[in-house]
Structures are given as structure tokens and as C-alpha cells.
Write a protein that binds this ligand. Structure first.
Ligand SMILES: Cc1ncc(COP(=O)(O)O)c(C=O)c1O
Length: 387
């Protein structure tokens, strides 16, 4: 049987990982500035995370959500402490798309309305509702097309006000990434998030903060949305939550009431996933990783701004992007194949940095050095290349 061929792959097989490094099957070491797509929060194979999962595995890996699982409450309590959203409720699932799917559905159950406001450049996942609020026609199948989604320009406060004036009574929810990731690292303005909050309050709509990529400490606060000083009604989470163990969830404001059967899942909240998620929060706390991400991000952004060949350096914490001019279009490949550094990208010309929150200062310098050398390599005039 063949694999269903949907991923354009790098010709690299990774067989080992530790902290911010991975190794391939030839023993070559790579610096991971991509974090397996923003997933590695506390560092690859962190010993506490490995131990927590192993200990849980030896006790029980799975039972369905038909019995009490105290480890779910343990996770909810810890998550409340670390995120500061102690009065919120936690629903556990398995991925980012599923988290957003549940958030959008719950919003509609809550206020009985159907329309969703989403933004140009957004990415919220590939399942039915999540993909319909994603601004990429190429991944929306005919069956996912709907008139219920209103796409507005990102950060356009006038467009948002006008939309609510016209059809606020029909808007069930507004879904917004604090920092657009797949869209190319674009930060929501604080005043924009504050306006979403006030319009949702005025029109009985639900503010959904997609924190799947920018959440879990990556931005230097638990949720990037916290920079705006307002609370969302629902926060979706996934990537960094399990450090590679598949787990997702939504934090739900106390104003939204649960009902039996309203949401549900077979695997969500299984003991093994909870153990992984608890280990992540424990390490985030013990190693002060949210503050570390903030500091390291400032350091990197500052240094990157001093590199003249790259453009529009932007980001917050360890979610950083910059534009690559057309003549340096091979920068990502050069970093990977000649300098053994993984980075992320956003088409057409953005390099995204999404490393572990435990990236050290030394590793940051190692990246900056590799970047400078790669830029030099790419700028050698063609006449010299033959020599
Ligand atoms: C902001 C955002 N939301 C949702 C998702 C979907 O997450 P998953 O791939 O776990 O379904 C992603 C994935 O990249 C994302 O970046």
C-alpha cells in the first residue's frame, strides 16, 4: 500500500531529537528553528515529559469519557493557574482544527446564531467548519462551502464596525488568530482585539481567540490575545500543548453553560494526553519558559532587524517572520541543506521561526550566524560561482 501523497517532503529522515536539535539517519545534527511547526514548546524529548508519559503508560493509557478521570481535572487546574484563566472551563480534544470546530459549534449552540466573522489571511484548520473560516479557497472542498462565513480584512476596524452595524444580530462568533501564522506572521492590533471584544459584547456574539499556533506561551504571554488586555469567550489550543503528543482543547468562559451531549469525543482527554499536557505546563512553570520566549524573541528580532538583506522583520516572542527578497528565494533550502537549520515558511516569500520556547541564547546566535553565512553564500555573484 502507498501513502496518500499530500505532503511535499524534504528528503530527510529524522531519527533522534533532543531540546532544540534533531538528527537524521546519517547522524547529521540540525538546529530546529521550526519546532516541527510550532509544536515543540518545551524542547524535543524533554526528560520530564518522557518520564510523565512513560509512568502514565505503565498505569493506563486510555479509557473513554464514560468514567471519572482525575488527571483531566488536574490538567484543568494547572492550565487555569498557568494561563491565568482560572474561572474558565476546559474541553479536551485532539487537534487544532478540532478545537476550532468545537469552538464555532459551541458559540452557535450558545447564542443560536449562524454567521461567523473571519479574516483575510486566516488559517484555522482543515475540518468542516474550521476550513470554511480559513481564507484559502484551494483547501475548501465544495461540500465545505457555506454562506455563513463573512471574511473581512485583518485589522480593519471600520470594516468590522460596518459589518456588525449591518448584520450584528446574525453574527454568532468572530474567530481570530492573535498572530496569523500560516498567513505569514501578522500581528492583530491590540485596538482591533479590543474592538472585537466590545462588538461581541454589544451584539451577543462569541469572541473566539485561535491560540493554536500563537498560544501556549509562544508570544511571551500565555495567549497573544492577552496583550490586548481583554478576555476572549473561547480560546482554542493545540500545537504547543502536548509538545508533540496529540492533544488540543478549548478554554470556555464561565458565561457559556455546558449541557450533556453538547460536545464529545472518544480520544479527547485520554490519560496519556493529559499526562503529556501536564508535563508541558510543569516544565513551562519550572523553567520560566514564557518569560524566556519573550526575552529570546526580543533578542532575535533585534538582531534580525540589523541584517540588511532580509525585510519586514516582525513577530512577538518566538513567533517571528521576515520577508525574503526574490533574489534570495533559496534561503530556506540553503539553510536546511548547507547549514543544517530547519525553518518554517509562508508562501510566497516569508521565513517563519517557531522554535522551542527553551531555545538558548547560544542556539539563537548559532542560528543568526548560519543565516548570515547562508545570505553570503546566496549573494556570491554568478561570475564567481563557477570557481
Ligand atoms: C492558527 C491555527 N489554527 C488551527 C490550526 C489547525 O491545527 P491542526 O493542524 O492541529 O488541526 C493551525 C495549524 O497550523 C493553526 O496554525
Amino acid at each position: 500500500m502507498n501513502l496518500f501523497d499530500v505532503y511535499p517532503l524534504n528528503d530527510i529522515t529524522i531519527t533522534k531529537a533532543s531540546g532544540s536539535y534533531v538528527w537524521d539517519d546519517n547522524g547529521i545534527q540540525y538546529l530546529d528553528m521550526y519546532g516541527g511547526h510550532a509544536v515543540i514548546s518545551i524542547g524535543h524529548t524533554h526528560p520530564h515529559w518522557v518520564k510523565r508519559i512513560e509512568e502514565q503508560l505503565a498505569k493506563i493509557a486510555f479509557y473513554s469519557n464514560s468514567v471519572k478521570m482525575p488527571i483531566q481535572q488536574e490538567l484543568a487546574t494547572k492550565l487555569g493557574q498557568v494561563s491565568g484563566k482560572e474561572d474558565y472551563q476546559l474541553f479536551l480534544c485532539n487537534s487544532g482544527a478540532e478545537a476550532n470546530e468545537n469552538a464555532l459549534k459551541l458559540a452557535s449552540f450558545h447564542n443560536g446564531k449562524k454567521k461567523v466573522v473571519a479574516f483575510h489571511g486566516s488559517f484555522h484548520g482543515r475540518t468542516s467548519l474550521a476550513v470554511s473560516v480559513t481564507d484559502n479557497k484551494a483547501i475548501i472542498a465544495p461540500i465545505n462551502e457555506t454562506d455563513n462565513v463573512i471574511f473581512l480584512p485583518f485589522n480593519d476596524e471600520d470594516a468590522l464596525k460596518a459589518c456588525f452595524e449591518e448584520q450584528g444580530d446574525q453574527v454568532s462568533s468572530v474567530i481570530v488568530e492573535g498572530i496569523q501564522g500560516v498567513g505569514g506572521i501578522h500581528l492583530a492590533n491590540e485596538s482591533f482585539l479590543q474592538l472585537i471584544r466590545s462588538l461581541c459584547d454589544a451584539h451577543n456574539a462569541v469572541y473566539i481567540a485561535d491560540g493554536v499556533q500563537c498560544g501556549y506561551g509562544r508570544s511571551g504571554k500565555f495567549f497573544y490575545h492577552d496583550y490586548a488586555g481583554v478576555d476572549a469567550d473561547i480560546y482554542s489550543m493545540a500545537k504547543g500543548m502536548g509538545n508533540g503528543f496529540p492533544v488540543g482543547g478549548i478554554l470556555i468562559s464561565p458565561s457559556i453553560q455546558p449541557k450533556y451531549g453538547m460536545l464529545g469525543t472518544t480520544f479527547g482527554g485520554n490519560p496519556l494526553a493529559c499526562a503529556a499536557a501536564l508535563a508541558v505546563l510543569e516544565v513551562i512553570e519550572q523553567e520560566n519558559l514564557i518569560e524566556m520566549a519573550k526575552q529570546r524573541g526580543m533578542y532575535l528580532i533585534n538582531k534580525l532587524k540589523g541584517i540588511s538583506e532580509i525585510e519586514n522583520v516582525r513577530g512577538k516572542g518566538l513567533m517571528i517572520g521576515f520577508d525574503v527578497p526574490p533574489k534570495l528565494k533559496d534561503l530556506k533550502k540553503t539553510l536546511l541543506h548547507q547549514f543544517n537549520v530547519f525553518t518554517g515558511e509562508s508562501k510566497p516569500n516569508v521565513i517563519r521561526l517557531l522554535p522551542s520556547l527553551a531555545l538558548t541564547r547560544k542556539q539563537s546566535d548559532e542560528f543568526l550566524e548560519a543565516l548570515k553565512e547562508a545570505l553570503e553564500t546566496l549573494q556570491v555573484p554568478e561570475s564567481q560561482e563557477a570557481h
